[in-house]
Design a protein around this ligand. Structure first.
Ligand code: FAD
Length: 301
């Protein structure tokens, strides 16, 4: 009998985790529970998203600052060009720098009305590449950008989208994080094509541990990610069985990560949705073990 699929993986991986800024006290408690559980895995960084049109500006800032101060983790702030002038972006970036934030995930962002067309602010940045260049003029931030293994929905072609990724890296970004995907082969091919075209910065696969197909389908339609038929089939009949759904979700995501690992991937970025367990379990299966003690927050939420 051969050993189980995940047996003996040496844990030679690096991980990072994405969170969103909480809206309520209850959500804040959930976020901090997730941070406390994931921190011992010694992430290379964690990042905090930015709501459409800057709606979470203060909350993103507050969350990133608190993670740095209280959890002592390197935290990155997402920042978009939507509905902001260059001066406003400068102000936000400078206040991040003053607060000790050194890593920005620089994005164009989407229009505030779903399905609308992105229109740059007359005094603002028109694309993520422009934003990266602008941020680099403000301070020497470590900058991550977005990448799309299945092509951004507005791109003229996959090649045009790769050219855009190259522009973002050439403007000063040091890594790309991908949109979520469910076909490991699409990521590995994208990585090879990017490397062949001179994109030498690391490209981290964005892993979404799915446990709710309906919600994922909604995200996927907005961002052009493909949901394969097998995923629908695997979740079919589990609508009223949340525990079974979680097990199925963990199995699917773990298998995808194992294939990425087999394909040479050692750096994984998890979309945690502010929940630790699925991401933690997958990291564990990939051989990762806690490296540091769980930090306690200094003050209650
Ligand atoms: P860009 O890189 O500017 O690209 C946008 C489109 O324009 C692409 O189709 C590109 O090919 C095209 N393009 C750009 N420049 C040119 C050019 N010169 N010529 C031709 N075509 C061009 N959104 C949020 O609102 N908040 C977040 O916190 C957030 N976090 C994210 C994190 C990750 C890891 C990812 C993958 C996405 C995230 N998004 C977030 C979503 C993102 O804002 C959207 O996907 C948005 O539609 C595109 O952003 P971008 O930075 O990729 O844009």
């Amino acid at each position: 009998i051969s050993a189980p699929l995940f047996a003996g993986l040496p844990g030679d991986i690096a991980v990072s985790f994405e969170f969103f800024p909480p809206k309520t006290e209850k959500m804040e408690a959930q976020l901090w529970d997730a941070i406390r559980k994931l921190a011992p895995l010694d992430p290379s960084f964690v990042s905090v998203t930015y709501g459409a049109g800057g709606t979470t500006r203060e909350r993103t800032h507050g969350t990133v600052e608190r993670i740095i101060k209280e959890a002592h983790l390197p935290a990155a702030a997402h920042l978009t060009c939507v509905e902001a002038t260059k001066d406003e972006i400068r102000e936000i970036a400078e206040s991040y720098w003053e607060a000790g934030v050194r890593h920005i995930v620089a994005l164009r962002g989407d229009p505030t009305t779903p399905g609308g067309k992105f229109e740059p602010h007359p005094g603002g940045y028109a694309s993520a590449a422009e934003l990266v260049a602008g941020l680099k003029e403000i301070a020497d931030f470590d900058i991550s950008v977005a990448a799309y293994p299945e092509t951004h929905p507005e791109a003229l072609s996959p090649q045009a989208d790769l050219d855009n990724l190259k522009r973002k890296i050439d403007a000063g970004a040091s890594r790309a994080i991908t949109q979520f995907f469910f076909d490991p082969a699409s990521f590995l091919k994208f990585q090879d094509t990017a490397a062949a075209q001179g994109i030498s910065a690391p490209i981290l696969p964005g892993i979404l541990p799915v446990s709710n197909v309906a919600q994922t389908r909604k995200f996927a339609t907005q961002c052009g990610a493909h949901i394969p038929k097998w995923m629908d089939d695997l979740f079919e009949g589990l609508d009223d069985r949340p525990d079974a759904r979680k097990l199925v979700a963990a199995t699917i995501t773990a298998e995808m990560c194992r294939r990425l690992y087999q394909g040479g991937v050692r750096d994984f970025h998890f979309y945690t949705l502010n929940r630790a367990e699925l991401s933690y379990a997958i990291c564990h299966l990939l051989g990762l073990r806690p490296k540091v003690k769980t930090p306690e927050p200094e003050t209650a939420a």
